[in-house]
Design a protein around this ligand. Structure first.
Ligand code: ATP
Ligand code: MG
Length: 205
């Protein structure tokens, strides 16, 4: 696609990032390289309508995301959702990204599990109009279902080196005192230990 003068290609990676792990980072970097993105903006969610209430305060999830992405010049973290009152919806985020970057080409990057839920999102059709959707392969989730959901033509598939890592598993590992090293960045592990996150397992599931 021809880009307009002064415009860029921006990837938007939404998530709880509770905590951010190598699966998120590998996915974002692969999207950057394969789609020729100028930047990838990570957008930690505030309170999420479709997820049980998180016990990790959004400010701490935001800081862990900053720590994990700081060394990559193409990565940044947005406070858009955590600073918004009330539940956060992807459509609101995409609307305000579109407004603040009228000339940019926007890509919304999700994992295979998240994309399969898209039809349940608020204003799903508008979401698909505001950005190009990219679905990253993720172990355990079958992207062939996109066909039966009628979504295949709206979504670009991104092949990501398979990492069977999830934040829920990382939280359980912290609670059970099992290793998290090489699953999350060292800085994130140190930060989580410093603030004694995920220790009692109540938010592990
Ligand atoms: P949880 O287990 O708490 O749901 P998670 O590991 O799924 O956490 P999220 O913050 O929910 O992480 O995910 C943010 C985005 O990153 C989603 O679009 C998700 O599909 C994608 N994602 C997460 N882990 C991976 C992975 N290992 N490979 C590819 N995509 C991933
Ligand atoms: Mg998830």
């Amino acid at each position: 696609m021809q880009l307009r003068e002064g415009s860029g290609a921006v990837g938007i990676m939404g998530g709880s990032f509770d905590p951010i792990h190598l699966g998120h980072l590998v996915t974002a970097e692969q999207a950057r390289a394969d789609l020729g993105l100028d930047e990838v903006v990570f957008v930690p969610a505030g309170s999420q309508p479709q997820k049980p209430q998180h016990t990790t305060p959004s400010e701490l999830r935001y800081l862990m995301t900053v720590l994990a992405t700081a060394a990559n010049p193409a990565f940044s973290v947005s406070r858009l959702e955590i600073d918004r009152e009330g539940p956060t919806y992807t459509v609101d985020t995409l609307r305000s990204m579109r407004q603040s970057r009228p000339n940019d080409q926007l890509f919304f990057i999700t994992g295979a599990d998240a994309i399969l839920n898209i039809l349940t999102w608020k204003d799903a059709k508008e979401c698909l109009e505001l950005a190009e959707f990219v679905a990253a392969t993720r172990p355990g989730y079958d992207l062939h279902r996109l066909e039966s959901e009628g979504l295949r033509e709206h979504v670009r598939i991104l092949d990501v080196p398979a990492l069977a890592i999830s934040s829920s598993d990382v939280r359980k590992r912290f609670a059970d005192d099992r290793p998290v090293r090489y699953l999350i960045p060292l800085e994130v592990e140190q930060f989580a230990r410093k603030y004694r996150l995920y220790r009692d397992g109540s938010d592990a599931a």
